[in-house]
Design a binder for this molecule. Sequence first.
Ligand SMILES: *Cc1c(COP(=O)(O)O)cnc(C)c1O
Length: 366
Amino acid sequence: MQYLDVANPGVKTLAPYQAGKPIEELERELGITNIVKLASNENPFGFPQSAKEAITRQLDHLTRYPDANGFELKRCIAEKYGLAPNQITLGNGSNDLLELFAHTFVAEGDEVIFSQYAFIVYPLVSKAINAVAREIPAKNWGHDLSGFLAAINSKTKLIFIANPNNPTGNFLTHQELDDFLAQVPANIIIVLDEAYTEFTAPAERVDSFTLLQKYPNLIVSRSLSKAYGLAGLRIGYAVSNPEIADLLNRVRQPFNCNAVALAAACAVLKDDAFVAQVAANNRAEMTRYEAFCQQHGLDYIPSKGNFITIDFKQPAAPIYQALLHEGVIVRPIAGYGLPNHLRISIGLPAENDKFFHALSKVLNLK
Ligand SMILES: *Cc1c(COP(=O)(O)O)cnc(C)c1O
């Protein structure tokens, strides 16, 4: 019996998601310690004391189911951004939401548009439901929005845009997105995935919640995993018009967000000083990465995220392996069709120093 033949046809086209290597795994494999993980765009500062206290307060109450409607967290988000709670949908990480968008709007044979080198979860959730994944060739590693428009047809249901994109760090401006959205038919849902928006400088950030007022077919998705430091708890949110939120809420699994995550998210969203410090470190350290690359003639893709992708112009797998032996975990992205690149998450200054030192040794840089 080949169970592959029994599986839903879309599943046959999928490969398992390749996550960044956990620190404990490398410790087991190589018997080394003092490992630095710069592989999964996590927050090198962890999460603030305010979130820790909220988590601790929940520990005595975990016998009960969490609030299925996430009332309190929706209120926190609505207050912070001047939104209405009925515009908000909560997810078990924003990955959960990306899947929810596909389940809610896309049926077998419908088409989903996203960019080459875009976040790998878009093809994953599309193919798993037997939708047709329309991957638009990238332009300068980023979204070719005129290519997106040209690919739209009567079967198009959903468009995914990551801004900034992972793993390339490309960024679309408010004006570019506004011009694009104005040309997309109103019956097509556009998902703007802003998992990294907190890392872009406030002056250049897309005002996506304003775009929502203009384009009722837009959904903005946000994550608490990156700038807010809660990747292990799994919590994210989507903002849309209330009618779309109502549809998402029908398909959403009840209790998809756990009680600890709901409470911690509320606490950290109130901690603007923490996120400002995280973003400032990221900008300063990103400048050091760019200077390092320029100094050593390494090609990189300019990034607005908390990571940088370097083009080694040769297969990157041996470089990745050699870095592991130096105690540095970065991220191979051959699965994205980028076998010569590695993606490095921006860490604390000392962690980045360790990476610079390790890479210099591995590549024999002067
Ligand atoms: C990390 C990431 C996410 C979200 O991750 P969650 O942990 O599920 O919230 C979403 N989109 C992109 C592009 C990402 O890189």
